[in-house]
Design a protein around this ligand. Structure first.
Ligand code: FES
Ligand code: FES
Length: 157
């Protein structure tokens, strides 16, 4: 085991980790941050996305020890059911949440996208979410949700 210092959702953590432990494993199994989901475990589905220095990345293939000195944001850092982030509100209002398994990763990718482009085109949304898979929705409502989220986030500015 090695010491690992992580900054997650604005809070500093000191954890003991094995060399091969992924960020996803540490988030869920060590820190109990269960909002980030494990789907494929091979960087193919996007369910495990978190923001690393503002960039949406698959935490299932990032080694926890390599995440020192980075700022990590998980879905818990964006909002919760008492105080949802506007992107989370938009997903619910647009009916883009069915089983919900892909939703945290979708919301994280949407946050990264809207931080870069406040008013993305449909094509840019499809491209921004192209690494996030959903088994349930057919994606149409997810595109609607991102468009609604863009509107909501702009209104807050
Ligand atoms: S669980 Fe990480 S990409 Fe699927
Ligand atoms: S809502 Fe079920 S996988 Fe996307």
């Amino acid at each position: 085991m090695k010491d690992c210092k992580l900054s997650i959702n604005g809070r500093n953590y000191n954890v003991q980790v094995e060399d091969k432990w992924t960020l996803l494993y540490v988030l869920r199994e060590v820190l109990g941050l269960m909002g980030t989901k494990e789907g494929c475990g091979t960087s193919d589905c996007g369910a495990c996305k978190v923001l690393v220095d503002g960039k949406a990345m698959n935490s299932c293939t990032l080694l926890a020890l390599k995440m020192e000195d980075k700022e990590i944001t998980t879905i818990e850092g964006l909002g919760n059911s008492d105080k949802p982030h506007p992107i989370q509100e938009a997903f619910v209002e647009a009916g883009a949440v069915q089983c919900g398994f892909c939703t945290p990763g979708m919301v994280i990718s949407t946050k990264a996208l809207l931080d870069q482009k406040s008013d993305p085109t449909e094509e840019e949304i499809r491209e921004g979410l192209s690494k996030n898979l959903c088994r349930c929705t057919g994606y149409v409502k997810i595109i609607d949700a991102v468009q609604l989220a863009a509107k909501k986030v702009k209104e807050l500015k």
